[in-house]
Design a binder for this molecule. Structure first.
Ligand SMILES: [Zn+2]
Length: 403
């Protein structure tokens, strides 16, 4: 006898903070292949969805909590006589609140969801129970689609460097995605010699105890460099870099007020330079050592699972349409389940992402032309994003991969 547990998708997308968002439905199917010699009947069949959280506070405090464990019993299965060589299928639907906490995996905390099926049949001495589990990923979508379309610049006047312009932009910002970065320093002092330009994602995690509401600890900030340019290369001024992927970083939390795990991010631009000695100057030795100038701003980074042409395939095969590799999820060092699947942005090559960017820009221009606008900043990117996403989801367009 063989038991299987399948879902349409391993990711369940939630929209926290939206008042009139639809309640997401999670459908789980149970398949039972009875084989040649099954037990005579079923006593009980239950299916549950649960969420488990572990917090490893920097101080050494440790908390493990089951956040919920929703169980449904399949009534029609109770007492059912099992026929040999038969395939039975049941399904259970769970209504999941948009406010349900998301999947998390980092150095300081874990939070995961799973589906569990339990089938009890009569045994010789005591009842026999078959148990099967499947990992699920609850993913929070940003409150607004405009989060994906990102562009921010800053101009600063710094000592000796003079005017410094920094810009970052992406048509679809998320973990594992890409970021275009610009740097312009038009008039540095002659003695300035630039050594390095580095862009990092700074990740900050705050843990708030669920059992003692007074306890809150801030974990050490993680600096995740994703673009390093050295020496003369800095003059180029424009680069395309991949953001840290799912194994290295978490998406930003939707709310900084909740309990448990709160993740926030900043972008950091660090310029390392030295001052060469001028012939007629009386500089101290300190002036020739390298200096670092940093520019930082907060950024909200959505999950890598939120790629715009993310397809929710219906179940069509005997096998699970959305398989998830089986891994120990309490383990704090092993790689993430996401890295071995291709369902997220992390698994997409840069040329595919840039091809999609090209299509989105073309769609925007077409959109502006059809409305009789002249191209400009006033066109709202979210509208174009939605159109493009619909086209991808309906399968009428696939991203062109440059040859
Ligand atoms: Zn990913």
């Amino acid at each position: 006898m063989k038991l299987r547990l399948t879902t349409d998708a391993s990711d369940l997308f939630l929209r926290p903070g939206l008042e009139n968002a639809d309640t997401p439905l999670l459908t789980i199917r149970i398949h039972l292949d009875t084989g040649k010699k099954p037990p005579p009947r079923m006593d009980k069949l239950t299916i549950s969805v649960s969420s488990h959280e572990t917090l490893a506070f920097p101080s050494g405090r440790y908390e493990a909590t089951t956040l919920f464990d929703w169980t449904q019993e399949i009534g029609e299965a109770a007492g059912l006589a099992i026929q040999p060589n038969t395939m039975y299928t049941w399904q259970a639907i769970f209504r999941v609140s948009n406010e349900t906490d998301e999947y998390h995996r980092s150095q300081y905390a874990r939070r995961y969801q799973k589906g569990t099926v339990k089938l009890t049949t009569p045994g010789l001495l005591r009842p026999k129970t078959m148990t099967l589990e499947k990992n699920l990923f609850f993913v929070h979508q940003p409150a607004s689609d405009s989060t994906f379309s990102y562009s921010k610049s800053e101009s600063i006047v710094a000592d000796r460097l003079g005017l410094m312009l920094v810009k970052a932009a992406s048509v679809h910002l998320n973990l594992g995605g890409y970021l275009r970065v610009w740097l312009d320093i038009p008039t540095p002092a002659p003695e300035v010699q630039i050594q390095q330009f580095e862009v990092s994602l700074l990740q900050s995690i705050v843990l708030r105890s669920r059992s003692d509401l007074k306890i809150e600890e801030v974990c050490p900030v993680e600096r995740l460099p994703f673009l390093t340019v050295k020496g003369k290369e800095v003059d180029v001024g424009h680069w395309i870099a991949r953001l840290p992927h799912d194994s290295a970083a978490r998406p930003s939390s939707s709310s900084v007020l909740k309990r448990g795990i709160i993740t926030t991010h900043s972008l950091e631009f660090a310029l390392t330079y030295t001052l060469t000695d001028q012939p007629n100057s009386t500089k101290s030795k300190d002036d020739s050592s390298s200096r670092v100038y940093r520019v930082r701003w907060p950024i909200e980074v959505p999950s890598c699972a939120l790629r715009y042409y993310s397809l929710r395939l219906p179940e069509y095969a005997q096998d699970d349409a959305a398989p998830v590799p089986e891994r120990e999820r309490d383990e704090f060092v092993s790689p993430n389940e996401h890295t071995s699947t291709e369902h997220c942005v992390c698994g997409q090559p840069l040329d595919v992402l840039l091809a999609i960017e090209g299509e989105l820009v073309a769609a925007r221009l077409q959109d502006e032309a059809s409305r009789g606008n002249t191209p400009g900043e006033d066109v709202q990117p979210p509208i174009v994003m939605d159109e493009a996403r619909l086209k991808f989801e309906s399968g009428t367009r696939t991203p062109k991969t440059p040859s």
